[in-house]
Design a protein around this ligand. Structure first.
Ligand SMILES: NC(=O)c1ccc[n+]([C@@H]2O[C@H](COP(=O)([O-])OP(=O)(O)OC[C@H]3O[C@@H](n4cnc5c(N)ncnc54)[C@H](OP(=O)(O)O)[C@@H]3O)[C@@H](O)[C@H]2O)c1
Length: 284
């Protein structure tokens, strides 16, 4: 059985490839990457695959039994066709199964919703493909918060508009583990799973970060409007708007969903404390 993973040069794709190698061996795993040179370190066969280029996927998906489609990074409308390029090429090449990394989030009412909606359209396209399928709806990764730690320390606080809303953080490592399992075990076919950890508030997140890193951060909540203005100034309109929308979603409960991780992975999701400790050890 040969399994291919798209966006293998990215952090999520690489984590899935590594977990697959440990389960089925490197000769049965193919990484597909827009920039192949960035994925060579994985030690598996790498094929070229830009989501904008259907021809790439017609070639990249030859002799592949199952493909993992990592959700793209482009604007929502562009993504739908990009994902269709992979789905159509999979059908044409006789791929039997497709697993898609979708996302948890509010389908309406905030600035992140257009992205959630585009993912829901790809979910429909995957289900209608005629292939065996599994859909994972990913929670928010914890790693970007930890990469931002120096800024939090400089400012003495974690500040956003999530307020008391609970967020079910996951990590790329946890997702790599569960997606490898979903690709290999056909008993999961025809399921849509929320791949998330335990719900925590921003105050709880702050306390855990303080515990692991021996910091004295406090959590401060600001209004959605103020947070959007601040993020747009820091990150530009497109990304700033999305980030503010994500935290608005957390505030309004969009990320406080029931987890299917244990069913999908065959083991419980790591706690937030464990994920942060593991990240800290790995990053040295
Ligand atoms: N749940 C969350 O908290 C969260 C956070 C951020 C992102 N995401 C989603 O999760 C996905 C993967 O995240 P990540 O951590 O792996 O991000 P990442 O490390 O930044 O990697 C992004 C990947 O997308 C690839 N890519 C971009 N445009 C492409 C295209 N046109 N065709 C093919 N590949 C393309 C990049 O390829 P190159 O190496 O060629 O640039 C890279 O491999 C993202 O695409 C995004 O949809 C989720």
């Amino acid at each position: 059985m040969k399994i291919a993973v798209t966006s293998a040069s990215g952090k999520l794709g690489a984590s899935i490839v590594k977990n697959l190698i440990s389960k089925i061996g490197k000769d049965n795993v193919v990484g597909i990457a827009r920039t192949p040179s960035k994925a060579l370190h994985l030690g598996v066969e790498i094929r070229e695959g830009d989501y904008n280029n259907r021809e790439h996927f017609n070639k990249a998906l030859q002799d592949i039994d199952a493909v993992l489609l990592v959700s793209g990074m482009d604007n929502p409308q562009k993504r739908i066709q990009q994902h269709r390029n992979v789905i159509e090429a999979a059908k044409q090449n006789g791929v039997k199964k497709i697993v898609y990394t979708s996302i948890v989030g509010a389908e309406e009412n905030n600035a992140f919703s257009p992205i959630v909606q585009s993912n829901r359209q790809t979910e429909k396209d995957v289900k209608n493909s005629g292939l065996d399928w599994v859909i994972g709806r990913n929670g928010i990764y914890i790693e970007p918060d930890l990469e931002y730690l120096d800024t939090y320390i400089e400012e003495g606080e974690i500040r956003n508009c999530a307020d008391q809303g609970k967020c079910t953080y996951t990590s790329r490592e946890e997702l790599g583990f569960v997606y490898a399992n979903l690709l290999i075990n056909d008993k999961h076919n025809s399921n849509t799973y929320n791949l998330v950890g335990n719900p925590v508030t921003q105050k709880e997140l702050t306390n855990i970060i303080n515990q692991v890193y021996h910091t004295n951060l406090i959590y401060n909540s600001v209004s959605v409007e103020d947070y959007a203005t601040e993020r747009k100034a820091a990150l530009g309109d497109f990304l700033g708007t999305i980030i503010a929308g994500i935290y608005q979603g957390i505030k309004e409960g969009a990320n406080d969903v029931t987890s299917d991780f244990e069913i999908a992975a065959g083991r419980p999701h790591k706690s937030l404390l464990e994920m942060i400790k593991t990240y800290t050890i790995q990053e040295g």
